[in-house]
Ligand binder design. Structure first.
Ligand code: HEC
Ligand code: HEC
Ligand code: HEC
Length: 145
């Protein structure tokens, strides 16, 4: 894709993201099936985690235990969100300026590359979408302007 076209599409996507944030539309298909967002501090941890909540909140559990997921870092999200929601995953990225965490095989994942499910920042868009970085710098980590 040409750079100018990518910039236009990126601007459009960012606009959509902002629009969605304002209207609080996350993933209408997931909401229709599972109700309101489970991604709250009091939500069901076992949707994604193997370890029980007591262990997740304990000082004495290994980080590796806390990070053990019920599926791969793409599949654990696609179980509910399907594959049409969000950005392309499973591809390699030529550029990774911000050193975003990739899967062991170097491909882009939902759960660890762009999202950080437990993030809280002053940026409402970043917090709502649980983005590892603010949206603009996130995209520019792999895409040119
Ligand atoms: C939608 C999926 C999902 C749900 C639901 C979820 N988490 Fe997580 N959690 C993750 C992911 C993804 C990671 C990061 C894994 C990695 O870095 O490899 C993580 C990491 C963690 C960690 C490790 C430290 C950190 O922040 O990286 C803790 C502790 C944790 N979660 C606690 C919880 C608790 C407590 C709940 C329930 C209130 C919960 N999680 C619900 C996806 C989820
Ligand atoms: C049990 C099903 C389920 C799983 C698993 C799940 N989600 Fe969700 N997610 C939902 C539902 C339901 C909503 C609310 C959709 C709405 O209100 O539009 C949502 C909303 C979201 C939103 C919009 C913000 C919000 O809280 O409304 C993001 C971003 C998101 N999910 C990312 C993820 C990621 C990344 C993963 C994997 C780490 C994941 N989800 C796993 C069901 C799930
Ligand atoms: C970790 C690297 C990475 C990040 C972060 C990233 N992208 Fe991408 N993006 C890619 C790669 C690699 C492709 C090519 C995917 C393919 O063709 O399989 C791509 C493709 C695209 C496309 C082309 C559509 C398509 O599916 O081929 C658009 C538009 C796009 N990205 C927009 C964005 C936006 C907007 C953001 C920020 C919200 C973003 N990207 C964040 C790596 C990234």
């Amino acid at each position: 894709m040409k750079l100018s076209a990518l910039t236009a599409v990126t601007a459009l996507l960012l606009g959509l993201l902002l629009f969605a944030a304002v209207c609080h539309a996350g993933d209408p298909a997931a909401r229709a099936q599972y109700g309101s967002s489970p991604h709250t501090d009091s939500g069901d941890c076992s949707l994604c985690h193997v370890a029980p909540p007591e262990k997740l909140r304990s000082w004495f559990a290994f980080a590796s235990t806390k990070k053990e997921m019920k599926g791969g870092p793409v599949q654990v999200c696609q179980t509910c969100h399907g594959s049409g929601f969000g950005h392309a995953t499973g591809s390699m990225t030529a550029i990774n300026r911000a050193k975003l965490p990739l899967a062991v095989d170097g491909t882009i994942t939902c759960a660890t590359t762009c999202h950080q499910m437990h993030i809280h920042t002053d940026d409402p868009q970043q917090t709502f979408y649980r983005l590892r970085l603010p949206a603009d710098s996130l995209c520019l980590s792999c895409h040119d302007k």
